[in-house]
Design a protein around this ligand. Structure first.
Ligand code: DGL
Length: 271
């Protein structure tokens, strides 16, 4: 028989296409040290960023169904591609509140922009127009320019975050945005914070970088507080990590995204 747990004691569930969303998990933990966090990385099917909206939505539904078995009080979609493409479908299908990274990320960029926001993300994210639409709503006077940076995901996963290759890739992707006069650059992908060095160097000192992880964690904390379901128990919260495949080198990669050693992952079949 399922054990009844009061809403405030239930977990916050988080999913991403893979390990990249651990940047969001780290931000959630910093902001909410007492909460129980359950993370699913769909490492068997990553990347999502190059897939069609239909497939992204189907994968997102599978992930949400698996995490639903933990009866969470909140579902955080750490993946920018899923947040951009499938958030309305997820929200319509689930009874648990669903928070994506697009709205908080766009809100953070809207607060600091000075007239022209650049957005970078996967092809799926940029093609969806979700960040562009959110920014048009949140800062209607601002110009928005977007560029897909497909090589950044494999570079981050290779740990190739410094040196000539990422520097060259960053210039190829960003020079057009810089020439167009962006003053703010929204990192609309879980992996891009790892490439902050070359991205910042290519963007130049006049461009403010914004990433959605911290603003999403802030929005998640506000949401559970407003609903009266924030945990009140003393002591540190727990973390559980599920993956759909455990490839070689998972530990060091997870550590790079999380910024500390990751909990032991449990492999699950969610298909
Ligand atoms: N997690 C994805 C995102 O934030 C990047 C990796 C992928 O393409 O699946 O868009």
């Amino acid at each position: 028989m399922p054990v009844f747990r009061a809403p405030r004691d239930r977990a916050i569930a988080v999913f991403d296409s893979g390990v990249g969303g651990l940047t969001v998990l780290a931000a959630l933990r910093r902001r909410m040290p007492r909460e129980e966090l359950v993370y699913l990385g769909d490492t068997a099917r990553v990347p999502y960023g190059t897939r069609s909206p239909q497939v992204i939505t189907r994968y997102a539904m599978n992930n949400a169904r698996f995490l639903g078995s933990f009866d969470p009080k909140l579902l955080v979609v750490a993946c920018n591609t899923v947040s951009a493409v499938a958030l309305p479908a997820l929200s319509a299908a689930l009874s648990v509140p669903v928070l994506g990274v697009v709205e908080p990320g766009a809100a953070a960029a809207a607060r600091v922009q000075r007239g022209h926001v650049g957005v970078i993300g996967t092809s799926g994210t940029v093609r969806s127009g979700a960040y562009q639409a959110a920014l048009a709503r949140l800062c209607p006077g601002a110009r928005v320019s977007a560029a897909a940076c497909p090589l950044f995901v494999p570079l981050a996963e290779e740990g190739w975050t410094e040196g000539d290759v990422p520097r060259e890739a960053a210039h190829r992707y960003l020079d057009g945005l810089v020439a167009a006069g962006i003053d703010t650059l929204l990192l609309g992908c879980t992996h891009y914070p790892l490439l902050r060095g070359p991205i910042a160097a290519a963007a130049g000192p006049g461009v403010q970088l914004v990433d959605s992880a911290d603003s999403t964690a802030e929005a998640a904390a506000a949401l559970i507080r407003e609903r009266g379901v924030a945990r009140e128990t003393e002591g540190a919260g727990s973390e559980r990590l599920f993956v759909t495949d455990l490839a070689e080198g998972f530990g060091p990669l997870a550590r790079a995204f999380l910024g500390r050693p990751a909990p032991e992952p449990v492999v699950v079949d969610i298909s």
